[in-house]
Design a protein. Structure first.
Length: 194
């Protein structure tokens, strides 16, 4: 996200209420501002159009909540308690396996200018867009793993089959546990016919 876009939303009046793995923003004007720069999406819209405005509340992934909090662009409440960013991280680590590894990949891809969304429906950690959801189909699905994990050949075949079945490039993000924010390697798999 460019600093120009950040300046447009630099407003501590944006308060996101976190429940489970999701954050909710009930102010639709602020929600639309964030949605236009590809953060969150309107509730109950399966394929929202980024060129349209919505009246309903907006929902955010915990990765988006933590990212925006760290940028100083929002305040966060968990339950009925206002919390700091490190509290969001502690909370997320309790409810999401390998949150720090996955978040380091989310942040790295986001700061390279891509739009990052959940990849759950594709059997991956994230989907990645170049233009944005509603403007294109996601060209990439990303699966995050630790460099300490042993990959079996069947895991690699699975990534290839995943990319073929969803017609996307499958990316394996390998994160160094000791320094997750500085050492991430990406392997891209694309199904090819011999």
């Amino acid at each position: 996200m460019s600093s120009c876009n950040e300046a447009k939303i630099n407003n501590k009046n944006i308060k996101i209420f976190t429940i489970g793995q999701k954050g909710f923003l009930f102010n639709s004007i602020l929600g639309n501002n964030l949605f236009k720069i590809f953060f969150g999406k309107p509730i109950d819209e399966s394929k929202p159009n980024p060129l349209k405005s919505y009246d309903q509340p907006f929902v955010f992934s915990i990765y988006e909540v933590f990212y925006l909090c760290n940028k100083g662009l929002i305040s966060v409440s968990i339950g009925n308690t206002d919390v700091k960013c490190n509290d969001v991280e502690s909370y997320a680590n309790k409810i999401i396996n390998s949150f720090n590894l996955k978040y380091s990949v989310y942040k790295d891809i986001k700061e390279k200018g891509y739009i990052v969304r959940s990849g759950m429906k594709f059997g991956a950690d994230f989907t990645v867009y170049e233009l944005g959801p509603g403007l294109e189909h996601a060209p990439y699905v990303v699966t995050v793993t630790s460099a300490a994990n042993l990959l079996r050949s069947i895991d690699i075949v699975g990534l290839g089959r995943l990319s073929h079945s969803v017609r996307k490039k499958s990316v394996l993000a390998i994160v160094d546990d000791k320094d997750p924010y500085k050492n991430i390697n990406y392997l891209v798999f694309k199904w090819v016919k011999p």
